[in-house]
Design a protein around this ligand. Structure first.
Ligand code: THU
Length: 141
């Protein structure tokens, strides 16, 4: 299944904005909200390497900050030999909002691969399966 052209071109454009001076590996992503809005993001690295944010997570944060929390499709683009699937942390982060997300990964040579997020993170820990306990007001402070 081929990626939607609109998301693919937005992700390619977003990739150019990546801040990746340490790895040199630029990633772009585009995410469709459930009423059709498109959000984009790129990886943002840090001299303290562990603080690096992947393109997928910056994209989700951009969408949530704009008031959108339900998503249908995502395209991720990197200049890799074969299309590069999202890291474990990003799978979990995406799962929070869109367990059934349709997800395409692509490289700059035009190769693509399709996944459904729930297949990339089987038996995931998330709000759709687990009711997290609500802390009592007295435990919040
Ligand atoms: N990266 C992403 O943006 N998305 C992924 O799914 C995998 C990795 C970024 C993080 C880091 O800036 C660079 O790629 C190398 O790991």
């Amino acid at each position: 299944m081929k990626p939607p052209e609109d998301l693919l071109s937005v992700a390619i454009y977003a990739r150019q904005k990546a801040y990746a001076p340490y790895s040199g590996f630029k990633v772009g992503a585009a995410l469709r909200g459930s009423v059709g809005e498109i959000f984009s993001g790129c990886n943002v690295e840090n001299a303290s390497y562990g603080l690096t944010l992947c393109a997928e997570r910056t994209t989700v944060c951009t969408a949530v900050a704009a008031g959108v929390q339900t998503f249908t499709q995502m395209v991720i683009v990197a200049d890799s030999e074969t299309p590069c699937p999202p890291c474990g942390a990003c799978r979990q982060f995406l799962f929070e909002f869109a367990p059934n997300l349709e997800l395409w990964v692509a490289n700059l040579s035009g190769e693509t691969k399709f996944y459904r997020l729930c297949d990339l993170l089987p038996e995931a820990f998330g709000p759709s399966f687990i009711q997290l306990p609500k802390p009592k007001a007295s435990e919040l402070f």
